[in-house]
Design a binder for this molecule. Structure first.
Ligand SMILES: *Cc1c(COP(=O)(O)O)cnc(C)c1O
Length: 377
């Protein structure tokens, strides 16, 4: 059994995809070619925003709006303490300060109450100016945007959605990557909508930002790339990756249904010994990960070894919350500062999740996990 089965997915699109790539090799518009234009139009329409600017990866997608806003020294950007490193890395990379916020134990996402506390603390200290919050759609579930956006409005913060894991998810009738002032996603192969290498995108309804982001994407270009109006990056999405994504987008709705079916089977078949993912009533997850919390007193490494022996790969997302990462030691956080993140880091376990799992697969995973847990408790 595979943790993510990209080969099974390739079999679904092999013929048209191979043909599209062969056509591209003849057409040779390798840089910002036809497939990129088509993809950007389709993604913007799918999400329901005016502009989609594709780019090199999900990390640059987060970086570019920060460059556009010229964030740097003295600026505070609020990010969850339980997420992939990128979300905070891009902020620190600009010279601004990532202010970490603990997560909610039910959803793993940024806790809005703790966000407001953090904003108030920064204001009271008076050292930094609160500028932006970057909520993450962790494991495929949207953050609590209504609560977060209302706090952001109250304190004059911008909101940038890190939808790297959430593309396709729905929160209160509105799709992921349509929240906030800008939103980003990643097409890293393991994400719900992944390409065959690196890729990313930014979404916004702001016409001026869209134009500036297209400039930043190509060395801060003006009328052409030999007229440079600002410092930028070389952060284009590869045309080959756009061709791959155009075919994957065709099967994406079907894949989302299959992911949800697999999650339902897990929910049904796993014993209540574990805390299964909790999805708020008005949300749909895209199940970037199916992550559960193990009960106290379980040796997670031994459990994973037992599952591996049975042929079941599992992963831990994330073993180390951001405040305990050495690269961010300069922020001055300590163990104990974000107890929920620490609890999640110690107890989380992600099961195989992809659209090509059968009921038998899920049944086997659940049986083995239930059996091992019973033996260990
Ligand atoms: C994957 C991921 C990113 C970074 O995307 P890349 O394409 O790998 O640069 C950023 N944020 C989150 C939450 C992610 O999961």
């Amino acid at each position: 059994m595979k943790f993510i089965d990209l080969e099974a997915q390739y079999r679904q699109i092999k013929e048209p995809l191979d043909a599209a790539l062969a056509e591209l090799f003849v057409r040779q518009d390798f840089i910002l070619g036809k497939d990129v234009d088509i993809l950007e139009a389709r993604l913007a329409e799918y999400v329901g925003v005016r502009h989609c600017i594709t780019c090199s990866n999900g990390t640059d997608a987060l970086s570019m709006p920060l460059m556009l806003l010229k964030y740097g020294e003295g600026d505070a950007v609020f990010v969850p303490s339980f997420t992939f490193f990128s979300t905070a890395e891009v902020v620190a990379q600009r010279g601004a300060v990532p202010v970490l916020v603990d997560c909610d134990p039910d959803t793993f996402n940024m806790d809005p109450v703790k966000l407001e506390e953090a904003v108030c603390r920064v204001l009271k200290e008076g050292r930094l100016t609160p500028r932006m919050v970057i909520p993450v759609d962790l494991f495929g579930l949207c953050a609590d945007y209504e609560a977060i956006c209302s706090i952001a409005r109250r304190y004059g913060l911008l909101v940038m959605e890190d939808g790297a894991q959430g593309f396709g998810a729905v929160y209160r009738g509105k799709l992921a990557c349509s929240w906030g002032d800008a939103a980003t996603t990643s097409f890293f192969p393991a994400k719900p909508l992944g390409c065959y290498g690196d890729g990313g995108a930014i979404f916004t309804n702001n016409d001026e930002w869209a134009q500036q982001l297209r400039s930043i994407r190509v060395h801060g270009k003006g009328k052409n790339k030999y007229e440079n109006n600002r410092l930028g990056l070389n952060a284009r999405l590869d045309t080959m990756q756009a061709a791959v994504l155009n075919w994957k987008l065709d099967i994406f709705p079907r894949e989302l249904e299959a992911r949800n079916q697999a999650a339902e089977w897990y929910n049904e078949l796993l014993a209540d010994l574990v805390q299964k993912p909790r999805i708020p009533a008005d949300c749909t997850s895209v199940w970037a990960q199916y992550t559960l919390l193990l009960p106290e007193g379980i040796d997670r490494a031994a459990l994973m070894a037992g599952l591996k022996e049975a042929g079941i790969p599992t992963m831990v997302y994330y073993e180390r919350p951001l405040h305990l990462q050495r690269a961010l030691a300069g922020l001055g956080y300590q163990r104990g500062d974000f107890p929920v993140s620490e609890f999640c880091a110690d107890h989380a376990l992600s099961l195989p999740m992809h659209p090509y799992l059968s009921r038998e697969d899920c049944c086997f995973v659940a049986e083995q996990l239930n059996r091992l847990l019973e033996d260990m408790l």
